[in-house]
Design a binder for this molecule. Structure first.
Ligand SMILES: *Cc1c(COP(=O)(O)O)cnc(C)c1O
Length: 421
């Protein structure tokens, strides 16, 4: 459930009419609902009630400081995958004890940054990384809490670009090798083994692959304890999918996910961490765009919008579906017709949808892309010299711009022309 509903035929974000925001900030823009973010965070928090746990928001899905501040205020931890994301978590007021650091290519600078600023744990993805953390921690005179990210070799049954838990993927340490690497970790100076980490992919729509992975984590935990390691924390990653259409089968709910976690791992006495991104932020945001032209092609009609693939890349990058709805509801009786919905970027890939049934629109009309709060703004670029679009946060009957649209001067001002030209 989200808080983007029609009232009197006009799409609202909570109690604010979308056209009111469009008039204030111009299109295109992203708008997020504070109530939806809060609700989704709480769903996870409540799903793990009764076990010691921390819900760490995966910043890579939506890294706006206001979003991080809102979730941090609710008690969320943060899962970061770069020094930049670490800095964002800190800037939003989240303490180091609530930040976990994931990612296959942490640089020495990033490791030092986290060790200096405070970190809950590094999720370590290789032996060279483990040795680097040991060296840096020793040099700084501190101890680095670590979990090894194990690759359980399960098929997450999701899009190939976001499946991470098969042995052919670049992620984690093969689970069969894990005991040997834990033994090495225990001997290294500056390292404190605290747990096991796993993350098998994103936009999973079934619980079975999670359960298969968590069962392997359970077996590994028991084996590691036999080997003498103090495994007290299990980080189970993120990846629970969201419904991108109103019609298709709904993915499992956080409640069922939490119940399965407790059933499979509840008796181990471990603290549970999860790292949801998409399920917290995805349906908490929409992207709003205006129609520029209607163009009749041969055998197809195009709806040309002022938003493009650089603003929301998921359709062209993953073939992803976003529901596209008119902000002003169509009059009853108006028939939808098929349109190719496209942006102005000079690439055929700049297509949001093909043959999508949409009720007739005119230039200047607003449309909203649903489920755009995750992997939307964070993946935007300035391709075709289109400035990054603004982000807006709504809470009840008021809204604030949480990232401004840069001016063309600011965009051009980042380049410099060498003196010899
Ligand atoms: C991407 C990622 C997540 C979040 O995945 P979602 O599908 O957005 O829940 C969590 N943990 C790690 C390590 C990731 O790479």
């Amino acid at each position: 459930m989200d808080h983007f509903l029609y009232r009197g035929g006009v799409l609202h974000a909570e109690d604010v009419a979308i056209p009111e925001i469009a008039a204030a900030v111009g299109t295109p823009f992203y708008v997020y609902s504070a109530a939806t973010l809060t609700r989704h965070f709480r769903l996870f928090d409540e799903a793990l009630e009764g076990t010691d746990h921390l819900v760490c928001f995966a910043i890579k899905s939506n890294s706006n400081l206001a979003v991080l501040k809102l979730l941090g205020n609710l008690g969320a931890g943060m899962d970061v995958v770069s020094g930049g994301e670490y800095r964002r978590a800190k800037a939003a007021g989240v303490p180091g004890e609530r930040i976990v650091f994931s990612g296959v290519g942490k640089t020495r600078e990033e490791i030092a940054l986290a060790l200096t600023g405070g970190i809950r744990q590094f999720n370590v993805e290789s032996e060279p990384e483990l040795r680097a953390i040991s060296e840096i921690a020793t040099a700084l005179g501190v101890t680095a809490p670590i979990a090894l990210r194990v690759n359980p070799d399960v098929d997450a049954k999701t899009h190939e670009k976001i499946a991470t838990g098969k042995s052919e993927n670049k992620f984690g340490i093969p689970i069969a090798k894990a005991r040997a690497v834990y033994a090495e970790a225990a001997k290294l100076p500056g390292i404190c083994v605290v747990g096991v980490d796993v993350h098998i992919g994103s936009q999973l729509t079934e619980l079975a692959p999670f359960e298969a992975a968590f069962t392997k984590v359970r077996e590994l935990t028991l084996a590691l304890r036999e080997d003498g390691h103090d495994i007290r924390r299990l980080d189970l990653g993120g990846g629970l999918g969201i419904p991108y259409t109103r019609s298709n089968d709904a993915p499992p709910l956080p409640t069922d996910y939490g119940a399965m976690i407790k059933r499979v791992l509840g008796d181990l006495g471990c603290e549970i961490e999860i790292e949801p991104g998409r399920l917290i932020s995805g349906n908490a945001g929409v992207m709003v765009s205006s129609v520029i032209y209607l163009k009749e092609g041969e055998g197809r009609n195009f709806l040309i919008l002022d938003a493009a693939m650089n603003d929301l890349v998921r359709p062209s990058m993953y073939g992803a579906h976003h529901d596209i709805v008119p902000v002003i509801e169509a009059q009853p009786g108006t028939e939808p017709a098929p349109f190719d919905v496209v942006g102005p970027v000079c690439e055929t890939g700049d297509t949001f949808a093909k043959g999508r049934e949409i009720t007739p629109l005119s230039p200047g009309d607003l449309v909203a892309f649903r489920s755009a709060g995750a992997y939307g703004a964070v993946m935007a670029s300035e391709y075709n010299s289109r400035p990054l679009i603004p982000e807006v946060l709504v809470e009840g009957d008021h809204f604030a711009v949480i990232r401004q649209r840069p001016s063309f001067e600011e965009m051009l001002g980042r380049d410099s022309i060498p003196v010899w030209l």
